[in-house]
Design a protein around this ligand. Structure first.
Ligand code: NAD
Ligand code: MG
Length: 373
């Protein structure tokens, strides 16, 4: 009789199951400190002759060797392709480097792709996996807080086009997400704060108790306390999974994840991409959106100082760049959520619930006047 095969974890990971199509499809998100060294976390992945790790020149020196070691136990051939680091390389040329490597090594349609890095690597690897031989499996190994709480969950993959961010992509779900919290130790503080903006976002739109928890535990999160991070990443993944489970292709509800993003995108585009990090723009955008929610009577007055204090404590900007109200309005009108000229915002409707709301330009201008340098 053979012994039953039960994976044994040295450190028990949190597991968030993702169910799609009412449970017809799904995968697990594993969250824990030390998962890169935890053989059990890597068992049961799709079988294949080869694996291809996609990473970049910043992350590879830190974590590639350990991932290679894990994968060598299951795949006869473990290939690696390293891309240049940065949002400006999230393009066709980098995507082609992945395809070149796959084709030059005659990789077949079972080859499993592993995305080792932040959201840029995750989005590109996912898109490459969706297209190569009409679709090969891929695994997300997110190494930024933003990627662990947001971009690795939900199945959106994309690259940028010179005329627009994330304009070419596909909905394509990973086979597993393995989020090792220890990788966050090497993250620059500014990137950690940017990730915290997306963590904070989930409170007002979906879970009032989580917002209160973040307020209590923000210092621990900023100090990268592993149990605080474990809870935050897990709760964010649960909320995102719950939203995406009901609206995988953004027909409606999924838009609530864009709280703070309409103002935020205007900041990013107005300044030129790369000036502020996405999370920084979203942090400031949430202050503006919170004010708008108060002015529209959707939230009580105390909500604005509460959000501003939290966002500032997280190390994020709370005053927007002086682009001019007209420029902000112009930029927000081309936002994907605008319909027939009226700008629509995701706004909380009482703590823990959000919806789309149109707002008159003069009210938005008043908000901008209060929160722009
Ligand atoms: P990123 O991938 O550019 O990573 C930020 C920086 O941190 C990079 O320089 C990276 O090399 C470095 N880095 C990554 N892990 C590190 C580590 N452990 N230690 C030290 N440095 C590390 O940025 P991001 O914030 O992770 O992701 C942003 C991208 O995610 C954007 O392209 C955005 O469009 C995308 N995104 C996608 C979704 C989605 O649903 N697919 C959601 C949100 C954002
Ligand atoms: Mg975002």
């Amino acid at each position: 009789m053979t012994a039953p095969k039960t994976p044994s974890f040295a450190v028990q990971p949190q597991i968030v199951p993702i169910a799609l199509d009412e449970g017809q499809r799904g995968y697990d998100i594993l969250i824990g400190a030390g998962l890169l060294d935890e053989a059990a976390a890597w068992e049961g992945l799709p079988k294949a002759a080869a694996a291809l790790i996609v990473s970049n020149e910043t992350v590879a020196p830190l974590y590639l060797a350990r991932l290679q070691l894990r994968l060598a136990a299951q795949y006869a051939r473990v290939e690696t392709v390293l891309l240049p680091d940065g949002e400006r390389y999230k393009d066709w040329a980098s995507l082609n480097l992945i395809f070149d490597h796959l084709l030059e090594t005659a990789s077949d349609r079972k080859t499993v792709l592993f995305a080792l890095g932040g959201g840029v690597i995750g989005d590109m690897t996912g898109f490459a996996a969706s297209v190569y031989m009409r679709g090969v499996p891929f695994v997300q190994v997110p190494t930024t807080l933003l990627a662990q709480v947001d971009s690795s969950v939900g199945g959106k993959t994309a690259i940028n086009h010179p005329l627009g961010k994330n304009m070419l992509g596909a909905f394509y779900q990973p086979a597993r997400v393995i989020a090792d919290l220890d990788t966050l130790d090497s993250l620059p503080q500014r990137e950690l704060s940017a990730g915290l903006a997306e963590v904070i976002k989930y409170g007002p739109i979906a879970d009032a108790a989580f917002l209160a928890w973040i307020e209590l535990n923000l210092d621990a999160l900023l100090a990268r306390d592993k149990s605080a991070l474990a809870y935050a990443v897990k709760r964010c993944c649960e909320i995102k999974a719950w939203v995406v489970g009901q609206d995988e292709r953004e027909q409606g509800l999924r838009a609530v994840l864009n709280f703070g993003h309409t103002f935020g995108h205007a900041i990013e585009t107005g300044l030129g991409y790369g000036e502020w990090l996405h999370g920084e723009a979203v942090g400031c955008g949430m202050v503006m959106a919170s004010d708008l929610a108060v002015r529209l009577g959707l939230m009580p007055g105390e909500f604005l100082p509460r959000m501003r204090t939290l966002i500032e404590r997280a190390g994020l900007p709370v005053v927007g760049p002086a682009l001019g109200a007209q420029r902000y309005l112009e930029l927000m009108r081309v936002d994907k959520k605008a319909e027939g000229g009226a700008i629509r915002f995701v706004l909380p409707e009482g703590l823990g619930k959000a919806g789309m709301h149109a707002a008159p330009d003069d009210l938005v201008a008043q908000v901008l006047a209060s929160h722009v340098a």
